[in-house]
Ligand binder design. Structure first.
Ligand code: ZN
Length: 457
């Protein structure tokens, strides 16, 4: 009888075609990943989740180039082919960024980075994707809502007490019913993101803790639009992204190198990096808009809380934004921080059953998943077609202009999915998310037991 204990990889993996492959480093085998436990790599591959035969990256650029620099909101660039760099491939690899840097959103340009030009060039696909998304009109309601002044307050005494008595705020995606006012709101946001945020955000790569892809710190020495109350930020992305993109993974980190298409993997890594950058940018916008004094940042415990988005019980602007854009949180299949994205990606809902208990001086949630009756966490495998389209000019120049941007940007839930049931509640205060997640049991609507043991012992 199959048990629900995690399967431990200890030497080999048998695929559904009967072939057995050695695992170079058993403790790296993602035994806890429900998608990988339920579906073999060949099965995921044949269903279009891993190796795309013609995986490629095109030169894409924002719908309306440098929106913050134009006043009338007209789109000037996407129809002008003369502004296009010759092709992505021809200019990648060269450290000459002058031919394409001005196609990036100002918040992403080279002067915002502590990074070599060579490394900056390698990030170009992710930089262009983030630029496109920041100027995508369907995204602006999130930022318009976040910049409402004043923000609606969250009136919940229990929550206030939990957050040290501070006033809590909330916001909704905001669309003014008057098209002219809404248009003006949009232009204000594009200008804010380009002109204000373009001076406030700094980027670098560094080593992050085991559970985080990236972090954003407030720079209280850098004044934001309201001096003394708003600030700049330093965003630190995990070094692993850079090593993955530059192909510096070791054999141990890539046990199935020959079976996986490198170009498809890089596409996924660039996509995941773009999602991490958007996540951190949301925190940076928080620091540039929340009105808190330096003293409050230095002395408050818990720290000043970000506004709550919609009816989410967790305050986390980063996840709130990526959920809003993509319809889920993109996560690499496999072990934590598998930023090479060897084994594909899946999406999870935020907040879902995520339990974000207080850590240090941080508080995130004011209700637990149990409080709101959430017990299951669905993981949906992300098709390569979805990832690929994000890096094609046709998607940004044509498809998105013809169809409903929301449904085109958001991934489609697929049959390749798995759910996790949370284990009985236990006091886990202070425990990291990844540890409490590891206690969850894995299940699936499909033939769970049979598939589980395709991962051999
Ligand atoms: Zn975050």
């Amino acid at each position: 009888m199959a048990s629900s204990e995690p399967v431990r990889g200890s030497g080999s993996i048998t695929f559904s075609n009967g072939q057995t492959y050695p695992v170079t480093k058993p403790d790296k085998w993602p035994t806890r990943d429900p998608i990988l436990r339920l579906y073999s790599l060949p099965e995921l591959d044949s269903a279009g989740y891993l190796n795309l035969p013609d995986a490629h990256i095109e030169d894409i650029r924002p719908y309306a180039l440098a929106a913050g620099e134009r006043d009338d909101g007209s789109s000037s660039s996407s129809s002008d082919d003369s502004l296009r760099a010759p092709s992505f491939e021809s200019s990648s690899g060269s450290s000459d960024i002058s031919t394409w840097e001005d196609t990036l959103h100002p918040v992403l340009r080279y002067d915002r980075w502590i990074l070599s030009k060579e490394d900056f060039v390698s990030l170009r696909p992710a930089l262009q994707l983030v630029s496109c998304i920041l100027e995508e009109p369907s995204i602006t309601p999130f930022f318009i809502g976040l910049r409402q002044d004043p923000l609606p307050t969250l009136e919940n005494e229990e929550a206030k007490a939990l957050f040290g008595g501070q006033q809590l705020y909330k916001f909704e995606p905001h669309i003014n019913q008057d098209p002219e006012i809404y248009r003006a709101d949009q232009i204000k946001i594009w200008k804010f993101l380009a002109k204000d945020m373009g001076k406030l955000v700094n980027w670098r790569f560094g080593r992050n803790s085991n559970s985080s892809y990236a972090t954003t710190s407030v720079l209280t020495t850098v004044p934001g639009p309201i001096p003394g109350k708003t600030y700049g930020s330093m965003i630190s992305l995990d070094n692993l992204y850079l090593r993955a993109i530059k192909g510096e993974a070791t054999d141990e980190e890539m046990p199935w190198r020959e079976d996986l298409d490198t170009q498809s993997m890089r596409l996924r890594t660039q996509f995941h990096l773009a999602s991490a950058m958007l996540h951190e940018l949301a925190h940076a916008v928080g620091y540039a808009t929340m009105r808190r004094t330096v003293k409050e940042y230095q002395t408050w415990n818990p720290r000043p809380a970000e506004p709550f988005f919609q009816d989410q019980r967790i305050t986390e602007l980063g996840f709130a934004l990526t959920q809003f854009i993509f319809g889920g949180i993109p996560v690499p299949n496999g072990p934590p921080k598998e930023l090479w994205c060897h084994y594909g990606l899946h999406m999870r809902d935020f907040p879902g059953p995520l339990n974000m208990k207080p850590r240090g001086d941080k508080v995130f949630q004011y209700k637990t998943p149990e409080d709101v009756g959430v017990k299951e966490d669905w993981h949906y495998a992300v098709t390569m077609a979805y990832v690929q389209k994000m890096f094609t000019a046709k998607f940004w120049d044509h498809d998105l202009r013809q169809g409903d941007p929301n449904s085109l940007l958001r991934y489609q839930r697929t049959d390749y999915r798995a759910w996790i049931i949370k284990s009985p509640p236990k006091d886990t205060a202070g425990e990291s998310d990844s540890r409490s997640w590891s206690r969850w049991m894995v299940g699936s609507l499909r033939d769970y037991c049979a598939r589980l043991f395709q991962v051999s012992r």
